[in-house]
Design a protein around this ligand. Structure first.
Ligand code: PEP
Ligand code: MN
Length: 297
């Protein structure tokens, strides 16, 4: 049958000639193009860990969580200043004030930061304050936004649309690359499947990770927090994603002080700094085993 808009994996050289492995044989079958954010290298031997609050709520909360994730061994700080919320009556983020708080937290901890931009008119503003720009799941196919971000020279974290196939996701990345910005890290963050809030928020599509790596040279990381929506699932989802080849993780963390206030968004999926430390220890152990294996070979 002839169907309009039908895409197949074999269409990737046409959809994304700049990013497809097939049209860029210099990357071979497995080489990743490193994306550098400060001294952090996405796509290198060691998975990168981004952690922090869902949203920047105030200065004290952000600094506290930033210090805690640094203490747990995270490589980079996350936090939303502009939040995509289901209802316009929900907390929308602090905007510019939030960006300034993130900058301060970055300066104090030495961690580079990633934060989301949703509005093409705010790309310049967000780029001024952040080390990496996040395109959220809901905006993966906002093509004018992708073009605008592609015109900056900031590294981009491109989350997978919650209902996007691999070709659509890589097609979105191509919009950024087409403007000359190849510093793109892809992020699998769960897709709409059968869970729909019954037992988890989305479904972590582990299988897409090796598929992404087969089809493009861009690094790919996973977001176990939004994929599951359940704090108790985050550690297992993190390990699973790493075993499937994820080159990093982005994880939501909240204070575990007994008198700390509950996060204004995504509280149920936030893990404690202690659990984050466990995940990072798991990475350390894994790296040792991999290094021993490489040594023995
Ligand atoms: C986020 O990381 O803050 C976020 C909103 O994630 P997503 O776009 O994947 O839902
Ligand atoms: Mn969140």
């Amino acid at each position: 049958m002839n169907i309009a808009g039908k895409v197949e994996i074999d269409d990737l050289p046409r959809i994304c000639p700049l990013l497809s492995r097939r049209t860029n044989p210099r990357f071979g079958e497995a080489q990743t193009r490193i994306v550098q954010v400060g001294s952090l290298r996405f796509g290198s031997e060691r998975p990168a860990v981004i952690a922090g609050p869902c949203a920047v709520e105030d200065r004290e909360q952000t600094l506290e969580v930033a210090r805690a994730v640094k203490g747990s061994g995270a490589d980079m700080l996350r936090g939303g200043a502009y939040k995509p919320r289901t209802s316009p009556h929900d907390f929308q983020g602090l905007g510019l004030e939030g960006l300034k708080i993130l900058r301060e937290a970055s300066r104090e901890t030495g961690l580079p930061v990633v934060t989301e931009v949703m509005d093409p008119r705010l790309v310049e503003q967000v780029a001024e304050y952040t080390d990496m720009i996040q395109i959220g799941s809901r905006n993966m196919q906002n093509y004018p936004l992708l073009v605008e971000v592609g015109r900056t020279r900031k590294p981009v974290l491109l989350k997978r649309g919650m209902a996007a196939g691999l070709c659509e996701w890589l097609g979105a990345a191509e919009y950024i690359a087409n403007e000359g910005n190849f510093d793109i890290v892809l992020c699998e963050r769960g897709i709409k499947a059968f869970s729909n809030g019954e037992y988890s928020r989305y479904s972590l599509d582990l299988n897409v990770i090796p598929a992404v790596k087969a089809e493009t040279f861009l690094p790919v990381i996973a977001d176990p927090s939004h994929a599951t929506g359940v704090a108790a699932m985050v550690e297992g989802a993190s390990r699973a994603a790493l075993e499937f080849g994820a080159q990093g993780l982005i994880i939501e963390v909240a204070s575990d002080r007994l008198d700390a206030s509950k996060p204004k968004c995504d509280a149920a999926q936030a893990i404690s700094p202690r659990t984050l430390r466990k995940i990072i220890h798991y990475i350390d152990g894994r790296q040792e085993v991999l290094a021993e294996g490489a040594h023995a070979a």
